[in-house]
Design a protein around this ligand. Structure first.
Ligand SMILES: *[C@@H]1O[C@H](CO)[C@@H](O)[C@H](O)[C@H]1NC(C)=O
Ligand SMILES: *[C@@H]1O[C@H](CO)[C@@H](O)[C@H](O)[C@H]1NC(C)=O
Length: 333
């Protein structure tokens, strides 16, 4: 299982950016905003290439981040389907760079290259793009170091303010479930994998969310035996019990496990839900910014890992999120 929750295995190999960033050729006579918008989007994605995201993530809770000053408006907001809406600079930045993979066993995959394979910009304020991320093995102790593991695609629309900073985005990631299985090297439909992932969320929540950010407290009614019983796991199934090793959780973590195994495990294609998978992703953000994100891994989902209706997620909140449902249409004049 690969949900290591801190930045382990950081090593300082830096590929020359010019060799790993590619974008559509800029057409002759294209207006200056076309080039500017393409450069802005390319620069944003450059910071997802490992290890470029690490200095950004380290500044995630700062008021402003110098490297991003020309790229994002201080009031940027948007949505990534089907992960969630991100209504300010801080959570947007955490989404864009905090979820960029860092090498984790067993696959040790991280982004090694980006390619803007689709791009258009018909006015200064709007552009559409697709990026293809290449995910490669980043473990220089293995023979497969540098091999391509897989790819990930993200498409959608961007809106730029008068200074050329992104102030709104509406993006989609297709087939995130298939991607996550390949990146993690596990089959998330297996009961054991689901239970282990749930346990990692609970261990991680206890480690990242402490003091005022604590989400799960000890509960006297909960024990390893009561949990195994409620999951229908036979006490004779020693191999399963040993692999789960629930005794390694603290009492709050055990209560977490008891609560989260009552929720659906969920589907990485629909992260925005009251599920374990939503908490897997928000735990990555809670490690970076416990104040903002610990509530999302908690029992209530903190308004994020919550079951919103289909129309609410995709249509009804557009006006609130973008200020205008036609935000991504070039203005008439
Ligand atoms: C132990 O649990 C695993 C996973 O649920 C199951 O596949 C296996 O059949 C069980 N073994 C026994 C002996 O009950
Ligand atoms: C974010 O999404 C949720 C679920 O659709 C919605 O209730 C909330 O109003 C949205 N926030 C904004 C600012 O659009």
């Amino acid at each position: 299982m690969g949900f290591h929750l801190n930045f382990k295995n950081i090593f300082s190999i830096s590929l020359g950016l010019s060799s790993v960033v590619s974008a559509a050729v800029i057409p002759r006579d294209s207006p200056s905003y076309y080039t500017r918008n393409l450069n802005t989007i390319t620069s944003i994605y450059q910071y997802t290439i490992y290890p470029n995201q690490l200095p950004i993530v380290a500044q995630a809770t700062q008021e402003s981040i110098p490297q991003l000053a020309n790229l994002f408006s201080p009031t940027v907001a948007g949505r990534i389907q089907d992960i969630g809406n991100f209504t300010d600079f801080r959570t947007s930045i955490e989404y864009f760079f905090g979820l960029a993979p860092t090498p984790r066993a067993p696959k040790n995959g991280a982004i090694s290259a980006i390619d803007i394979t689709q791009f258009s910009s018909g006015c200064p304020s709007v552009a559409a793009s697709t990026v293809v991320f290449t995910i490669s093995v980043w473990d220089d102790t293995t023979k497969s170091y540098g091999e391509v593991l897989t790819y990930l695609k993200q498409s959608g629309f961007w809106h730029f303010n008068d200074q050329g900073q992104v102030d709104y985005y509406d993006l989609n990631i297709p087939a995130l479930g298939d991607f996550t299985g390949i990146l993690q090297g596990v089959d998330f439909s297996s009961q054991l994998v689901q239970l282990l992932a749930t346990k990692e969320v609970c261990a991680g929540a206890q480690a990242a969310c402490t003091g005022a950010n604590t989400q799960y407290y000890p509960n006297n009614g909960v024990s390893v035996n009561s949990i195994l019983k409620s999951l229908g796991i036979s006490l004779l199934n020693l191999s399963l019990i040993q692999q789960l090793d629930l005794g390694s959780l603290d009492l709050g973590g055990l209560n977490c496990f008891a609560q989260l195994t009552k929720k659906p495990f969920g589907d990485f294609n629909k992260l925005w839900s009251d599920s374990v998978v939503c908490r897997v992703v928000h735990l990555m953000l809670a490690v970076i910014d416990p104040v903002d994100h610990c509530p999302h891994v908690g029992p209530t989902g903190g308004m994020k890992c919550v079951n919103y209706g289909y129309e609410d997620r995709l249509f009804l909140s557009d006006a609130a999120l973008f200020g205008d449902v036609h935000r991504f249409v070039c203005p008439a004049s």
